[in-house]
Design a protein. Structure first.
Length: 149
């Protein structure tokens, strides 16, 4: 795919009541890194058919952040959602292995962020919440809305 810049900016309120300031179950404050990685995923997402670019990022308990963006295919069914893209980055980027050689697993994910258009026809929020609750129940997910800048 060609490099993309969807020219997106965040809408001011994260919609979670505290503007996304507390993440990671009291560990490190990773909100800024998560938000930036998810926004980068949305900015570089390939969504020419739906027009709904989105990005997702996860952080592990060691403070590492992994992100990805929505990648649509002309056939639609093989499209790759932003949550799946970020989890692939997590696995591929050694997120499932700790520095001690132990299998980290998805339970090491403690924070996540989703960035999607404020008027998105295709939303990934429900899928993100269900998947993260199933594989990383300690994870706190914050959803941010964006619009063209």
């Amino acid at each position: 795919m060609e490099p993309r810049d969807n020219n997106l900016v965040l809408v001011a309120d994260a919609g979670d009541g505290n503007h996304g300031l507390a993440v990671c179950n009291g560990r490190a404050l990773l909100e800024g890194k998560l938000r930036a990685a998810a926004l980068e995923g949305a900015r570089t997402a390939h969504a020419p058919y739906s027009g709904c670019p989105s990005g997702f990022a996860v952080a592990d308990e060691e403070g590492r952040v992994y992100g990805g963006g929505y990648a649509e295919s002309a056939a639609y069914n093989p499209s790759l959602g932003p949550v799946q893209a970020a989890l692939i980055a997590y696995v591929a980027g050694s997120g499932r292995r700790s520095d001690r050689g132990e299998d980290g697993g998805y339970d090491k994910i403690v924070g996540a962020a989703l960035v999607e258009a404020e008027d998105a026809v295709v939303s990934h929020e429900e899928t993100a919440r269900m998947l993260m609750a199933a594989v990383a129940p300690r994870c706190r997910l914050v959803v941010y809305r964006c619009r063209p800048g």
